[in-house]
Design a binder for this molecule. Structure first.
Ligand code: UDP
Length: 374
């Protein structure tokens, strides 16, 4: 069976890398090739290096002032050549990016079977998150096989009339990636300059609040509010250190550096490589983020998460009590952070280690499922 695995951004690479590695274990059964659209460049390359994956096709599509129209058109037209060259039986896409949506459509045009990993997540609000909710819905319609991570995402697909024999609940592949990463980072011969650098620059006597953010719907006023809240928290709690690896998107960089640079207990740093980020998560007291992947990883590390969004396609962690939605409301972000800093019973409740997103065997399940198809 011929497999083409397509991805373009950092989170997709993290979540698809373990699937690539799992397929590579069975060369006699699968010919597996990797195509990156490189919708993100630097942040994607860091992940490829860590997982030691060399793409067979690199469309290198990141452009200055990239927009959704040209990006989508570029992915479809460039992927056509790859699909004609390799003629895959199965194309694997992940989640909800422009790469996911455009690659699933291109693969449908070319007659390959489309397999959607991390399928069935929904907010049921087509404008939020934008454009992700629509990207994943389109990929869902186009796909032949669906790999929802949880029962809830399975239920969403069944409600959209996907038939049971076209789907399998697998858990999220992000946990497979996290396990791979922890094992590699803890192995004797692993040396990472970034982790060593963090060890020397972080004040271990302080409680670390780790912050990340990038969502398009938070650009503008959302990020201004987030920065205001972080500034309040830092000033009111000198015993706390806020560490913020700032996403490379200029809509994020500009407000964050304008409003937070120079506050003594806020460290603005470049995005971290995946292993360094996982290491820093494990050293943090709490995490404030709008990221999907971070919400899924944090429960495995026993870290509470405040999510800077109003809606979520990941209700499982909210129900499990490890995540609270705080939106981009200055007061709410500040109050919930203060509560976690001061109320130890509440903190303990939110740091339970049960992870509703998976057990680290998602990729094995996907490979078995494909192997068993006629
Ligand atoms: N991550 C990383 N370096 C960073 C920040 C995040 O490697 O500086 C990882 C993180 O562990 C998670 C993924 O990137 O696996 C999340 O990516 P992002 O927040 O960009 O996207 P989302 O998950 O919201 O789609």
């Amino acid at each position: 069976k011929k497999n083409l695995i397509v991805f373009g951004t950092r989170p997709e690479a993290i979540k698809m890398a373990p699937l690539v590695k799992e397929f590579y274990k069975y060369p006699e059964k699968f010919e597996t090739r990797v195509c990156v659209t490189a919708q993100h460049r630097e942040m994607l390359d860091q992940v490829l290096a860590f997982f030691e994956i060399t793409p067979d096709y690199d469309l290198d599509l990141m452009r200055p002032n990239q927009n959704l129209f040209t990006l989508t058109a570029d992915i479809i037209t460039h992927l056509k050549e790859v699909l004609e060259d390799f003629e895959p039986d199965y194309v694997y896409v992940h989640g909800d990016t422009s790469t996911t949506m455009a690659a699933s459509l291109a693969s449908f045009y070319s007659g390959s079977k489309v397999c959607h990993v991390e399928a069935g997540l929904r907010t049921f609000d087509k404008l939020s998150p934008f454009p992700e909710e629509m990207n994943r819905r389109i990929a869902g319609v186009v796909s032949d096989y669906h790999f929802p991570p949880t029962d809830k995402s399975e239920e969403n697909l069944l409600n959209e009339n996907v038939s049971r024999n076209q789907l399998l609940v697998t858990g999220n592949t992000v946990i497979d990636a996290l396990n791979f990463s922890s094992e590699k980072v803890n192995s004797k011969d692993f040396k990472d300059e970034e982790i060593e650098g963090l060890k020397t620059s972080i004040d271990a006597s302080k409680r670390i609040i780790l912050v990340t953010g990038h969502r398009r719907e938070n650009h503008g006023q959302g990020f201004i509010n987030i920065c205001q809240a972080l500034s309040n928290i830092a000033k009111a709690n000198p015993e706390v250190e806020i560490i913020y690896p700032v996403h490379l998107n200029p809509n994020v960089q500009q407000p964050v550096y304008d409003l937070l640079d120079g506050i003594s207990n806020i460290k603005l740093i470049a995005p971290l490589s995946y292993p360094a980020f996982v290491w820093l998560m494990s050293k943090s007291y709490l995490i404030i983020t709008d990221s999907g992947g971070v919400q899924e990883e944090a429960p495995s590390l026993g870290k509470p998460v405040l999510v800077m969004r109003n809606t979520t396609e990941r209700p499982e962690a909210v129900s499990a009590g490890t995540v609270i939605l705080v939106g981009t409301d200055v007061l709410k972000i500040t109050q919930e952070t203060e509560r976690l800093l001061k109320d130890s019973t509440h903190y303990k409740e939110m740091s339970a280690k049960h992870n509703p997103y998976g057990d680290g065997s998602a990729c094995k399940r996907i490979v078995k499922f494909i192997e068993n198809l006629a």
